[in-house]
Design a protein around this ligand. Sequence first.
Ligand code: GLC
Length: 487
Amino acid sequence: MVKKQPKILMAAAEAAPLAKVGGLGDVVGALPKELKRLGAEIKIIIPFYGSIDQKKFPVAQIGKPLTIVTGGGKETFSVWHHYLGPEKIEIILLRHRFFDGQEVYRGGRVGSHDRYTRTPADIKRFAFFSAAALAAIKTLGWQPDVIHCHDWHTALIPDLLKTVYKNERFFSKTRTLYTIHNLANQGMVGPEIIGFTKIDPTLPSIRADLKNGDLNFMVQGILGADLVNTVSPTYSKEILHHYQGAGIEKILRKRKKSLSGILNGIDTELFNPATDPLIAQNYTFKTIKNKTINKSALEKAAFWQKNKTPIVGLVSRLVWQKGLELIDDVLLELPCRFVILGSGNKDIEDKLLGLAKKYPDKFFVKIGFDLKLAQLIYAGSDIFLMPSQFEPCGLSQMVAMRYGTIPVVRKTGGLADTVNKLNGFAYLEQKQKNLIKALKSALDTYSTKPDKWLKLQKKGMDTDFSWGEAAKKYLRIYNKLILANIK
Ligand code: GLC
């Protein structure tokens, strides 16, 4: 007896296109559309950041302001909503001084909080948001079957349901799914935050966690949620081991039976070389010759002369995770040119800018976010590079393949699940010589085996990277949770 229309609440820090910093935003923005098509009833809840463009995304207030009591005193917030896209997915936005006039994250510049760092500036904002989200949903009277929480920002919701809302009939049937998008940001803080959240400190998950000294929001989500998943099958296995477990592999192993991996999709309507309005010339596999018009446009954007040398593109957050330390002078000896777009860690940005200065004819970097240039890189490059240290899923390699651009990647996480000999090039161990070998064999194929190159392009362009399959799998998980409830 499975519910035909399960009610699902997505709770997250980002939802594209209103508030997007990275892949998390893409997922929370795209998955609901597909779930709705499959019959689920979906709402998304995110903070109302000052950075949300209200001209593009008109909002309306729902009801009167609400007040919750935190350990720090009373906090008042208001509830707003926007109906997203032709599917009219309701996005609920919580407005509070923590988010007014603010970007999504305060812990430094976009994506700059690196490897397992603490993010104190953001902890209180998202602890408050998680508590306020439950209060808002209860006031709206919309009873979710499942609250689908994403990453550390909303990882306290399962604990809040078990303690603060323990005796509320309203949530008595609500179950939780926690999706790990990235173990690098865990939301770590001293135990004093427990008082602020009003979560019962004797909760077994909190007791287990505090053994390490700090309270770790990611750990709370993993231990507290009814089921847990990551964004690719390979990453869900890698994180059980020391080398990819980001220090919490033992905790993950405790939940091994409740942990699965579901590969993300991409928005194949948005990322379509046949219709993309941002590229110089649209094309399909049949008209792949027109891809060169985009290559010329990319050369122009990089202030280069037109020539036959292959272009290697990279669009990424510039952070440790992405393995960019492998890019240096040695790579510049290869017979190719590099175009890089992204922002993040200042040291990485400076290093790349230094290379661009030294090799102006071969190395172009733009620091920042530029949607048009990003699309031109996907369409105009011959090769797309992702030398990631780890990659929970990775969306860019799928976008690149859809544009007939051949990926050269490290075989890890979602990259291992999507790139293979039939559509690209991959290397296993994170060493520069391995990356160079993979790049060399791609460049060699490009220049001496045009038929094989075309085959690789066709395979990538023909593959279905849409959200359809993933949404069906998520629906199965939701139903599993609901079913367990009915019994
Ligand atoms: C994070 C991960 C990336 C994944 C994305 C969406 O940004 O680093 O691999 O694709 O989340 O799940």
